[in-house]
Design a protein around this ligand. Structure first.
Ligand code: SF4
Length: 287
């Protein structure tokens, strides 16, 4: 009989922005046909599979869309040129960009008009960062590491913003690398509190526990960060599906820290908890 304690992050799972997007998309699919999302709505294979059951499809590029589609703009948001494309093509769409991402877009638009250079701390291939860069236009630049700073011409007025899911450590290191230039910059730490709180939780409890289990899609950026943070303090396991849980292996540990990425559905977390309970692991909810 296992005596392993599972320290469970009570706030694990879907963030408010993703919940809002899923709810909106399902409602739209109930009222309209041909509902399509531009890019995966959530970086989670279970959610994507469930949405398919509601008849919600997804495409990778704007060109794949036709006038018969009803398009959902997901929480990450899109660049203005894509919105212009939808409008000019007379494609109906529903903008479910997370309000936190919208705030960043508005800040970028405002400072960009005032002639500021816009430095986006993020990853160029991430959809949210593409949206920010689109808003910044020719004034925008993406910085993904402190080393990027030396190759950029950063002078004059600058606004610094962050992709909502990047690590706080990376953001702080980039500000440090900017040195004196950061002194004159408008710095907006736009990392989402949902992401920050989870990272802080796993940083703390992965040190207390002997091993950590992180639940989330393998293409989810914030789940990856949780996993990498847990890995720095000890053994860490990343699972996308409940059946990937290795009960036998995990029962060798006295304590396990358990959390999930911001795109992991509550049903998946509940299934994992049920599996643990069935195998006599002791669940302790931690706030
Ligand atoms: S992680 Fe934060 S910013 Fe991103 S969708 Fe969720 S609530 Fe919005």
């Amino acid at each position: 009989m296992s005596m392993t304690r599972v320290l469970y992050d009570k706030h694990a799972g879907l963030c408010a922005g993703v919940k809002r997007t899923i709810r909106g998309a399902v409602k739209a699919a109930n009222e309209n046909s041909n509902v399509t999302t531009f890019g995966e709505l959530v970086h989670n294979p279970i959610v994507t599979g469930n949405l398919k059951k509601y008849g919600i499809a997804f495409v990778h590029s704007m060109e794949e869309l036709s006038g018969s589609r009803y398009v959902i703009i997901r929480a990450h948001g899109i660049p203005p040129k894509d919105e212009d494309y939808l409008r000019s093509s007379k494609i109906r769409y529903l903008d479910l960009t997370c309000p936190r991402v919208k705030i960043i877009h508005r800040k970028i638009d405002y400072y960009s008009k005032l002639g500021y250079k816009i430095l986006i701390v993020g990853y160029p291939e991430h959809a949210e960062t593409k949206g920010h860069l689109g808003h910044a236009g020719k004034n925008g630049m993406v910085v993904s590491s402190p080393e990027d700073i030396s190759r950029l011409d950063i002078n004059g007025k600058i606004l610094i913003v962050a992709q909502t899911t990047i690590s706080e450590k990376l953001f702080n290191n980039i500000i440090k690398a900017l040195g004196k230039k950061a002194g004159k910059a408008q710095i907006v730490n736009s990392i989402c509190p949902f992401v920050l709180n989870r990272l802080r939780w796993i940083r703390k409890y992965s040190k207390i526990a002997e091993a950590s289990v992180i639940i989330g899609g393998f293409n989810s950026s914030n789940t990856k960060q949780l996993y990498e943070t847990a890995e720095t303090s000890g053994k860490a396991f990343w699972i996308a599906y409940p059946d990937q849980l290795n009960i036998k292996l995990l029962s060798q540990y006295k304590t396990i820290a358990l959390t999930a990425g911001a795109s992991t559905p509550d049903t998946t977390i509940r299934e994992v908890l049920t599996l643990f309970k069935k195998n006599n692991f002791i669940i302790e909810e931690i706030y």
